[in-house]
Design a protein around this ligand. Structure first.
Ligand SMILES: C[S@@+](CC[C@H](N)C(=O)[O-])C[C@H]1O[C@@H](n2cnc3c(N)ncnc32)[C@H](O)[C@@H]1O
Length: 203
């Protein structure tokens, strides 16, 4: 049985959701982002990594009759695969996948590989989903998300970080909370852990 069949049903999709064991976000993380997206109806959703998350969020935008997904994907073949899946579901107008190769950035004297943001449009991000880059490529792989995207986050934005049960994610969330006093944090005990960060910018 497809582990995503309950989500497929919730989203009123007739086709089975395609997934890759171990690489696709777990069903409970998908449920969390779908629930938020259907309820909050964000205008702009940005994603770090593409795949199943892109498909379900695009479907939420279709159901909401509002919003678009912009997905940053470092792997050209995965970017193309996600575009094809969006087409197969008739959702290509609700999501764009930007091929964003990882490039070196230095933050506080630490070097990271992070998505090339050159092609990210100048949008105000209401929902940010962080499920990449993969954790094994470097220490605290997803730390740059906040310093590099903070200025583009809307005043009231929600951030969903997958794999938050890992030591690296716990460490980088603690670091964000020290650096950004306008963020509050809720940890959800999902299969791989989910950190939900609520931003409420004072200025
Ligand atoms: C954890 S995956 C998450 C993808 C997406 N959020 C989802 O739920 O399907 C993060 C990244 O791993 C890479 N990736 C995806 N499938 C892969 C595979 N089968 N083997 C190696 N890398 C993969 C892609 O670059 C992707 O952006």
């Amino acid at each position: 049985m497809n582990p995503y069949s309950a989500i497929q049903k919730k989203l009123g999709l007739t086709q089975e959701l395609p997934y890759t064991p171990d690489w696709s976000a777990a069903p409970d993380f998908i449920e969390l982002i779908v629930e938020h997206c259907l309820q909050a109806k964000p205008g702009v959703i940005v994603e770090c990594s593409s795949g199943l998350t892109t498909l379900v969020l695009a479907r939420c935008c279709q159901l909401n009759q509002r919003g678009q997904v912009i997905s940053l994907e470092n792997g050209e073949e995965y970017a193309e695969k996600t575009r094809q899946q969006l087409q197969a579901f008739g959702l290509e107008t609700y999501a764009q996948v930007i091929h964003s190769p990882l490039e070196k950035v230095t933050l506080d004297s630490n070097e990271y590989d992070w998505y090339d943001l050159t092609l990210l449009p100048d949008v105000s991000i209401e929902m940010l989903v962080i499920d990449g880059p993969p954790g094994f490529i470097q220490k605290n792989s997803r730390y740059p998300a906040m310093p590099l995207l903070f200025d583009q986050l809307a005043k009231q934005a929600m951030v969903f970080l997958d794999d938050a049960a890992r030591d690296d994610e716990k460490e980088l969330v603690a670091q964000w909370l020290k650096e950004y006093p306008d963020i509050s944090h809720e940890y959800i005990n999902a299969e791989r852990g989910c950190s939900v960060l609520t931003l409420s910018k004072r200025v």
